[in-house]
Design a protein around this ligand. Structure first.
Ligand SMILES: CC(C)(COP(=O)(O)OP(=O)(O)OC[C@H]1O[C@@H](n2cnc3c(N)ncnc32)[C@H](O)[C@@H]1OP(=O)(O)O)[C@@H](O)C(=O)NCCC(=O)NCCS
Length: 163
């Protein structure tokens, strides 16, 4: 008899690293990237992590507050890391970190961090279950607990707004 399949997936199984170069048509007149383009890249990286975990269609439900702490110049690389912090029955929290990389020197600086919530959906766009997220390290466990708290806050806000 073979070993039983784990009853879930690890954070590492869906982790994403994505790198793009900033081209002139991504930039504002100051020669630095548009915020909207960064948001698009973040959504793509985060959704790939969600797809890898769920292995079905996922849609973006929300993005928590987003700041652009430093400009990223034309010719720099934009490096995105995305990973799951938490998975519920049908929803997942994905953290995305964005770095600028000076391709001449290799110098990197973090420019943004955001928390995305994705929902896995079936062909009729109805929420559908995802595998549980298995945490291996203390960091992963801490992130899971913090994400669970953020989710409770989001649901609390939603409830208050609907009253
Ligand atoms: C995402 C969508 C399918 C959710 O539909 P819904 O009827 O609200 O679904 P449910 O109420 O069953 O909630 C689904 C999950 O989302 C969670 N959720 C709902 N509202 C939430 C919120 N404000 N914050 C965090 N999680 C939330 C629920 O708790 C549930 O998670 P769980 O199954 O892990 O417990 C629907 O809102 C939708 O289609 N939105 C448009 C998505 C889209 O097109 N995005 C692209 C950008 S426009």
């Amino acid at each position: 008899m073979g070993l039983a399949e784990p009853a879930g997936k690890h954070v590492q199984d869906s982790r994403v690293e994505m790198t793009e170069i900033v081209m002139p048509n991504d930039a504002n007149p100051l020669g630095t990237i548009f915020g909207g383009r960064v948001m698009q890249l973040m959504d793509i990286a985060a959704s790939i992590a969600g797809f890898r975990h769920a292995r079905c269609n996922v849609v973006t439900l929300s993005v928590d507050s987003l700041e652009f702490r430093r400009p990223i110049r034309v010719g720099d690389a934009v490096v995105l890391h995305a990973w799951l912090n938490w998975a519920g029955r049908t929803s997942m929290e994905v953290q995305v970190e964005v770095y600028s990389e000076d391709l001449m020197t290799g110098e990197r600086a973090r420019t943004s961090t955001a928390f995305f919530t994705f929902v896995a959906v079936d062909q009729e766009r109805r929420p559908t279950p995802v595998p549980p997220l298995l945490t291996l390290t203390q960091d992963e466990e801490r992130r899971f607990q913090e994400a669970a708290r953020r989710r409770a806050e989001r649901l609390g806000r939603k409830e208050r707004e609907e009253i």
